[in-house]
Unconditional design. Structure first.
Length: 320
């Protein structure tokens, strides 16, 4: 295993250097620390057979992966994220997982996501090739961003096994045992998700897979103001009727999903101190809205507050 530390990077350019290192070794992301002067982080990498293992420690900060990062990314990977210490909030596919010690969530490298570290934290990731995971979870996208609590099903057992992997790899583990352990851990994780989210999706595997592809397409193009059911159908080479049928299983229309996701991302960005200097209109237009009055009406309809009131409440000291 190899370890990298932000403390060994150049002072003034430490954050930029850490972003470059993280992006080259793991995934292209933007890491934004709450305090650049005191920022510190550590990344440990290893392999467990076909699975890549990563352990990350850092202070209060935000990690974001956007369509810009995904555009030229190599093969698709799903990462099981275990919160080892501290707290964080992971968001993807419209789901938000508040993570505490022992909790787990799933991340899709092909879709935008964010992870906000609320205090000095340590997380562990098992990065699994998409084809390998889909042998156990046919539509893993439906679980991304969902919160698997340490108190549910087999989560506690899986967390304990994951927590020992880095120790075993540091001590030295033969390839034979690595492959065997990788299979057993993935089987445990897949079973944990099946138990915890048994009622998430009752549609057929074909419709479920199509639905996942549509959601991924929407997430990747959410900022495009031209995104619509028509452009989605054209982009995925589906008929408009079939697209409506696919989404009917979720109880939400395509247009409603797009609007909800845009409002959620605007609300999330307005809640983050690092976006304090951006106007509400800039944020809204950045997420595909092209009419300020329409955004304000839609936002008030969802959150019961005007965007300005919502932002003030989220960023006021008493809300921290």
């Amino acid at each position: 295993m190899e370890t990298f530390r932000a403390s060994g990077l150049p002072g003034r350019a430490k954050v930029a250097a850490w972003n470059a290192l993280y992006s080259s070794r793991l995934d292209q992301v933007d890491v934004t620390p709450a305090d650049q002067e005191t920022f510190d982080a550590e990344l440990t990498l290893g392999t467990l057979g076909p699975i890549r293992v990563a352990r990350i420690t850092c202070g209060r900060s935000s990690i974001a992966r956007t369509p810009r990062h995904i555009m030229h990314a190599p093969g698709r990977v799903f990462s099981f994220i275990l919160q080892v210490r501290g707290r964080g909030v992971f968001a993807q596919y419209g789901h938000e997982a508040p993570l505490r010690e022992g909790d787990i969530t799933l991340c899709d490298s092909a879709a935008p996501h964010s992870y906000h570290v609320e205090e000095h934290s340590e997380v562990m990731m098992l990065r699994v090739p998409a084809t390998m995971l889909k042998e156990r979870l046919p539509s893993p996208e439906q679980f991304c961003g969902r919160h698997l609590s340490s108190t549910e099903g087999l989560t506690c057992t899986v967390a304990a096994v994951m927590g020992t992997i880095c120790v075993q790899l540091e001590r030295g583990l033969s390839p034979y045992f690595q492959n065997s352990l990788a299979r057993h851990v993935l089987d445990l994780l897949a079973t944990s998700y099946a138990i915890a989210f048994d009622s998430v999706n009752t549609a057929s595997s074909v419709v479920s897979g199509r639905h996942a592809k549509v959601k991924l397409y929407i997430e990747q193009h959410l900022r495009d103001p031209e995104l619509s059911p028509c452009t989605i159908a054209q982009g995925l080479k589906l008929s408009s009727r079939y697209l409506r049928m696919i989404f009917a299983t979720s109880g939400e229309t395509v247009s409603a999903y797009i609007l909800r996701r845009r409002l959620e991302e605007c609300g999330r960005q307005m809640s983050e101190p690092q976006w304090r200097d951006r106007s509400i209109a800039e944020i809204a237009f950045g997420w595909g809205f092209n009419s300020a009055p329409h955004f304000t009406r839609s936002f008030r309809g969802r959150y019961g507050l005007s965007p300005r009131q919502y932002r003030f409440r989220q960023l006021s000291p008493c809300a921290a």
